[in-house]
Design a protein around this ligand. Structure first.
Ligand SMILES: NC(=O)c1ccc[n+]([C@@H]2O[C@H](COP(=O)([O-])OP(=O)(O)OC[C@H]3O[C@@H](n4cnc5c(N)ncnc54)[C@H](OP(=O)(O)O)[C@@H]3O)[C@@H](O)[C@H]2O)c1
Length: 264
């Protein structure tokens, strides 16, 4: 398998280390290109590409790899929402498939499902406000983190009273907005805190990354999922990979129905 990693930073290096530890052939790790984009020569023969660079580089990097014949992508980069439909169209046009997620940690995937359950439980109680705090190293390019936005999306989906993320302006909290606070300091690889504050008590769910190995392990699990069967062209969520790894009763409701139907 001829593998390319776009991005020679923290995540790209962690994925390269995980590939080396698995005994697979060493990937080609590409940093920021000198000119407008990556040269086709550096992508020749690419069969699998990991995207771990910057949000504004994702569409160009995917297009370059598609042009070189690559048809399997794992997109871990965050901050490219504005290019999402163009990237998906390019993948479909080329018959290529990608798994894309702001966080490839399997522990985080399980955490997100705990958050969904908690949102439903606390959403049913009177006068409980959910909130999110995230802490990352000072140099992280985007805020809130992609994981914080995914946590917020799931909290909002389970809360009929809140419809949006609060904007960072002064004054008291608005009852229809979810407070999401980003802290950028030091070298922390990532901490997300989901709180539910009600009369007389606060419940906190905390997720702390110690290093980036969990992201790399999940990215490789996503690559294995892509390679295990013929996948539809376009973008796939990491949840599809996670559902394959979890017992059916923990998988999403659609998957549970499918399993039940198969069981007759
Ligand atoms: N999905 C996940 O599990 C997960 C986990 C961790 C991080 N992330 C995301 O992954 C991305 C990378 O994170 P990181 O911590 O590795 O950041 P990082 O340390 O800043 O590394 C990004 C690297 O990509 C390089 N780069 C810039 N443009 C490029 C291009 N066109 N092609 C190839 N490389 C390019 C950057 O070079 P310059 O320094 O010259 O800009 C930098 O070396 C971020 O979006 C982050 O939020 C996702």
């Amino acid at each position: 398998m001829h593998t390319v990693i776009f991005g020679n930073g923290h995540l790209g290096q962690a994925i390269a280390a995980a590939i080396a530890a698995s005994g697979a052939p060493a990937p080609r790790v590409l940093g920021r290109p000198d000119g407008a984009g990556h040269r086709q020569a550096s992508l020749a023969g690419c069969q699998l590409a990991f995207e771990a660079s910057r949000g504004d580089a994702v569409a160009g990097n995917v297009a370059a790899a598609l042009g070189a014949g690559c048809r399997a992508f794992i997109i871990g980069t965050t901050g490219w929402e504005q290019d999402r439909s163009a990237v998906e169209r390019a993948l479909i046009d080329h018959g290529a498939a990608a798994v894309a997620a702001p966080n490839f940690s399997l522990g985080v995937a399980a955490f997100l499902r705990v958050v969904e359950t908690a949102a439903r439980l606390f959403g049913a109680l009177e006068d409980v406000d959910p909130f999110v705090v995230e802490l990352h190293r000072r140099g992280k390019a985007d805020r809130p983190s992609g994981t914080a936005r995914e946590i917020a999306r799931r909290l909002l989906a389970g809360d009929p009273d809140r419809t949006r993320i609060a904007q960072p302006v002064g004054g008291p909290a608005s009852r229809d907005a979810l407070e999401v606070v980003s802290v950028r300091a030091g070298s922390a690889p990532g901490m997300h805190l989901v709180g539910f504050d009600g009369p007389g008590e606060t419940v906190e769910l905390r997720l702390t990354a110690r290093d980036r190995s969990a992201y790399a392990a999940g990215a490789l699990a996503a690559a294995a999922w892509l390679g295990r069967a013929q996948r539809a062209a376009g973008l796939h969520a990491f949840d599809a990979v996670v559902d394959d790894l979890l017992p059916a009763d923990f998988a999403d409701p659609g998957k549970r129905r499918a399993v039940a139907a198969l069981a007759g």
